[in-house]
Design a protein around this ligand. Structure first.
Ligand SMILES: [Zn+2]
Ligand SMILES: [Zn+2]
Length: 370
């Protein structure tokens, strides 16, 4: 018996998503069918809609999601039917050059199949009502009532975290908190600067707080986002539109610069600010993206003195370890997620949600499904 469901489909960059009836492919032995209950609207989805990230189309976007396991393939041991799960967008083969070196984010299978927007075995997860091919973004394609994933992508979390909060863990929160805890390895009493206070930056602020940083300087151009950063743990705030963030960081640290800077703004000015504000020997983590063909200029002197610069896509996520930890941190009151949700919308209002994200009004709009 075939499963039909509604999904938001992008046919061409620059056009609105269309809500369509699609048909799920049969489950492969290691597949899991998830009934999607909530999916966040992330900047990476917007980049595909606006055309700066190019994928084959038509495609279902959405890569930050939570839901309930509806069915599992014959070889699946974990998760189980009925589990509440947060979805990871980084499946990995476990035995290639990079997997062997502990870098699942560079898995060769992941990097080959990802741009084609198909599963590892080359299949599409669903097709259009007229039988036409349908791709899925980042091994998910979660803007629909259902989503087929590999078993390793569906990570069981406690039942008592609400789906609209849980979904944020799948991309933005993992990336930001992971940048602080896994990548920058912030320690107790460190001074940290976070450049850009959207969902990822606010999560980095919280990661720095969880790590015990003594000073956390939040930098943004929007006072409302800076207020939110303050509530989430920033000790200092700088509106870079009216104040020099690098001078502020130096003043706070006897002229040295801060121990670590996490960037989540995605602008040349932001990248430059990070290397100027960090101290000699300090850690810089870049999370933001700009068009891959663009160049960014740096003052050479700012790159010297043993500074370490890392670009990270997913905060060195180990979903099976990190997702349940983050969910529990929320339940314990240590990780703030409620405040990140700007709007809850139905699938039919998804284009309005992307307009709000494009204009900078939204931290996170979340599509919620019955
Ligand atoms: Zn994302
Ligand atoms: Zn691999």
């Amino acid at each position: 018996m075939s499963l039909h469901y509604q999904a938001a489909v992008l046919h061409r960059a620059g056009t609105p998503l269309a809500i369509e009836r699609v048909e799920a492919a049969p489950l492969a032995p290691s597949d899991v069918l998830v009934r999607v209950r909530a999916a966040g609207l992330c900047h990476t989805d917007l980049e595909v809609i606006d055309g700066s990230l190019r994928y084959p189309m038509p495609i279902v976007l959405g890569h930050e999601a939570a839901g309930v396991v509806e069915a599992v393939g014959s070889a699946v041991v974990r998760p189980r039917k009925g589990d509440h799960v947060v979805l990871s967008w980084n499946p990995h083969c476990g035995h290639c050059f990079y997997c062997d070196r502990g870098l699942p984010i560079l898995c060769e299978e992941y990097l080959t199949k990802g741009p084609q927007a198909v599963q590892f075995d080359g299949r599409c997860k669903a097709r259009r009502a007229d039988g036409g091919e349908l791709r899925h973004l980042m091994f998910l394609g979660a803007f629909g009532e259902y989503c087929i994933v590999q078993d390793q992508q569906a990570v069981t979390v406690p039942n008592d975290i609400p789906f609209d909060r849980a979904c944020l863990i799948g991309c933005g929160v993992m990336t930001g908190v992971g940048a602080a805890l896994n990548v920058a390895r912030i320690g107790r009493a460190d001074s940290v600067m976070v450049v850009g206070c959207g969902a990822v930056g606010l999560s980095a602020v919280q990661g720095a707080r969880l790590a015990g940083a003594a000073r956390i300087i939040a930098v943004d151009l929007d006072d409302a986002k800076l207020d939110l950063a303050r509530r989430m743990g920033a000790t200092d705030r700088v509106n870079a539109g009216s104040e020099d963030a690098v001078a502020f960081a130096k003043r706070l640290t006897a002229g040295r610069g801060v121990d670590a800077v996490i960037e989540a703004a995605g602008s040349g000015a932001g990248f430059r600010m990070t290397v100027e504000a960090v101290r000699p020997g300090g850690e810089v983590v870049w999370l933001g993206k700009i068009d891959v063909a663009k160049e960014v200029a740096f003052r050479w002197g700012a790159l010297m003195q043993e500074k370490r610069i890392r670009r990270s896509s997913y905060g060195e996520a180990r979903p099976a370890r990190d997702f349940p930890l983050l969910a529990q941190s929320y339940l314990d009151g240590r990780l703030m997620l409620d405040e990140m949700i700007t709007a809850r919308i139905g699938l039919g209002a998804i284009n309005d949600g992307f307009s709000a994200l494009r204009s900078g009004q939204a931290i996170r709009s979340v599509v919620t499904l019955g």
